[in-house]
Ligand binder design. Structure first.
Ligand code: IPE
Ligand code: IPE
Ligand code: MG
Length: 243
């Protein structure tokens, strides 16, 4: 009998960190300000955490910027978030170039407005040859929707006679997710004290370490990110192997 594989090492620094950036609204209301004021402060946290990823050697950062469920928010807030996204793409593009960070987006991007898509695809295209770091924006993203879309893509291939149903395995489904070339997250952070996934990366987070903090997203900067990485470094990732 072949011996079981050696216990996989737990590298101290996660290769891929995924963040549910939550708590902008509460942060703003604590200050008697509009929710959009909170989202603007949240964009500063994203800038800070992106820089911290570079400093700590984290290669991939995925951030949940807008979910498939967030469309139920008031139109003014949705418009404000989309306009903030465009500002981010314009204002921070130079930083992506300086650090050779490649931009990606995940989600049902066809559901975004033409203006947002244009700006988004422009920066994705302009950074496509970089690989010193990767920033993945989850936009109009839903984990269940992503799995449904992958299942549909597989069904179409079976119908076209390009794929045998028996050939559908985990690797085949993974290969039909929105960004199959991106490795699964090692660490998932959620701010603001909420203990749920809210439909984020349901497939990809199956073996990620989870880190929850009460800190609201606009207050989550380099120091708080370093604390999350320190907590991760203490974890023992067993992937089913004995402790
Ligand atoms: C997260 O902050 C940002 C988005 C969902 C876009 P929220 O806007 O959800 O802030 P809270 O949860 O209401 O405090
Ligand atoms: C999750 O936060 C989505 C994003 C951060 C973009 P929400 O604030 O929308 O999640 P719920 O509604 O509290 O679950
Ligand atoms: Mg929230």
């Amino acid at each position: 009998m072949t011996p079981p594989p050696a216990k996989p090492p737990s590298p101290e620094v996660p290769r891929h960190v995924a963040i549910i950036m939550d708590g902008n609204g509460r942060w703003a209301s604590q200050r008697g300000k509009s929710r959009l004021f909170g989202h603007r402060a949240g964009a500063e946290s994203l800038r800070a955490v992106l820089r911290a990823c570079r400093d700590h050697g984290v290669d991939y950062l995925t951030v949940y910027a807008f979910s498939t469920e967030n469309w139920v928010r008031p139109k003014a807030e949705v418009d404000g978030l989309m306009s903030l996204l465009r500002t981010f793409l314009r204002r921070d593009e130079h930083e992506l170039h300086e650090n050779e960070v490649r931009l990606h987006a995940t989600g049902r991007l066809e559901g975004l407005s033409p203006g947002v898509r244009k700006e988004l695809f422009r920066v994705i295209e302009a950074t496509r040859n970089y690989d010193k770091g990767h920033l993945i924006l989850a936009l109009n993203y839903g984990g269940r929707t992503e799995i449904v879309d992958a299942a549909c893509a597989l069904a179409r291939k079976v119908q076209a006679g390009e794929l045998e149903p028996e050939a559908i395995d985990e690797a085949a489904l993974s290969a039909h997710m929105y960004l199959p070339e991106i490795p699964d997250p090692d660490l998932m952070i959620r701010t603001s004290g909420e203990l749920r996934l809210s439909n984020f990366l349901l497939w990809e987070l199956s073996y990620a370490e989870f880190y929850f903090t009460e800190t609201l997203w606009p207050d989550f900067r380099e120091e708080q990110f370093a604390e999350a990485l320190a907590a991760y470094a203490e974890r023992s990732r067993r992937f089913g192997a004995p402790s």
